[in-house]
Design a protein. Structure first.
Length: 224
């Protein structure tokens, strides 16, 4: 089985060498010591990118913005800065997570493994799923119920996608909000209730079946 490929980008060679030495037995490692080199190495289609924010010439935020249109892999920022405003800017640029310096290598390894597993699950999900008379096309982001199209907003579809790909698993409102809106969301978990109410209303126009079940005091689950 081929090793997964990680690109490490940091202008501090000591950090790059430390991470490379630690993870080399487990992953194929690409390295870059600046933004320009990172843009070149990203063409090697890594499975995950560790990207320092504070670099001369081209910083990590700019690199992330430029490569995000061309790579879909998880991008984890390495940073000494952890202001909430910086986090929001980073997520808007296309980052998936933050690792704060100084960091523990075991924790970094756990974060990397979790993101790679999540990416494998996402890629392994079927493009279309059928729930009785309901058909969800995840690639086209469309839903048909009794052969009629159901018009959902982007966030409504995101909620349906999350729940239906994890049938039977209960998600509380806070977790749904975190996974769907992320840290750049401007609302609260109450927003989830309103979106689920709208989803149910749209689905009930064509079916008596309740696809999203409320688990009182806990959250919501998809029952298919």
């Amino acid at each position: 089985m081929m090793k997964q490929k990680i690109l490490i980008v940091d202008d501090e060679r000591g950090i790059v060498d430390m991470i490379k030495s630690y993870f080399e037995p487990q992953y194929d490692i690409l390295t870059a010591y600046g933004g320009r080199e990172a843009l070149q190495k990203a063409a090697g289609q890594p499975d995950l990118i560790l990207l320092d924010i504070n670099m001369p010439e081209i910083d990590g935020l700019t690199v992330c913005q430029q490569i995000r249109e061309h790579v879909s892999c998880p991008i984890l920022f390495l940073t000494a800065r952890m202001e909430s405003a910086d986090k929001i800017i980073g997520f808007q640029a296309g980052a998936d997570d933050y690792i704060v310096k100084p960091f523990d290598l075991d924790e970094l390894g756990a974060r990397i493994a979790a993101h790679l597993r999540r990416e494998q699950r996402r890629q392994g999900n079927p493009a279309v799923r059928f729930f009785g008379e309901l058909t969800i096309d995840y690639s086209a982001r469309t839903i048909r119920l009794n052969n009629e199209a159901v018009a959902l907003s982007r966030r409504e579809f995101d909620i349906v996608e999350l729940l239906s790909l994890n049938t039977g698993q209960v998600f509380d409102r806070e977790r749904i909000y975190e996974l769907v809106w992320g840290l750049d969301g401007a609302g609260s978990s109450d927003t989830v209730m309103e979106h689920i109410r709208k989803i149910r209303a749209k689905l009930s126009c064509s079916s008596l079946h309740n696809y999203i079940e409320t688990v009182w005091g806990v959250g919501y689950k998809w029952i298919g």
